[in-house]
Design a protein around this ligand. Sequence first.
Ligand code: ADP
Ligand code: 5GP
Length: 191
Amino acid sequence: MNKKLFVISGCSGVGKGTVLKEFMARNSDDFMLSVSCTTRKPRVGEVDGVNYFFLTHEEFEKAVQEDKFLEHAQFAGNFYGTKKKFIKQKFEEGLNIILEIETQGALQVKSKMPEAVLIFIAPPGQGVDELEKRLRGRNTEDEETIQRRLAEAKVELERAKQYDYVVVNDDLERAINEVEEITRKELGLNA
Ligand code: ADP
Ligand code: 5GP
């Protein structure tokens, strides 16, 4: 069967990580979650090579110069990128791949690989109030970082219009089911 690349984005704090963790728990036989590179410092509990490959600015810049990234972007003061080689290897292993990346990178992927499926996880309601509540509730960022991420959220919501699907993460279980339905439909698994 043809394997696909799914790209999942959503504003910081919307619940992408939570949705994807459960999605992967249910679908790990067929899907692989890509491990990105970043210059961000690890959060408590994050492991190099599992959550991210944590790089120095110099290492990241070198990889950019050597054209190692399928996509890369700056987000809220840090750099993030997906290595071409990582994606190639996972496709060779016969898995569908999920990239959990921000919107600038997602649109780079879509222009290079138009067959990629872009899914945006949106917060309930119109503004960023619920996001602010969730980000504060997560308790992993300082005030300045929270403000930067909320400012980025407004730009990301605008770019969501270019995505193939938008899934509202109001009720967590419903949102996970919707992501599963989209992937099944795109893989031609829904009779
Ligand atoms: P992201 O990966 O998008 O930055 P997280 O997955 O870390 O976001 O979620 C941010 C916070 O919101 C977490 O504390 C998480 O438990 C909570 N959360 C996730 N989904 C929901 C939901 N549907 N309703 C309420 N809270 C949620
Ligand atoms: P965080 O610092 O919260 O882990 O991630 C911040 C943002 O960077 C999130 O929107 C996340 O999806 C995005 N991100 C993570 N990895 C990559 C990547 O490889 N490329 C791009 N463009 N964004 C990424």
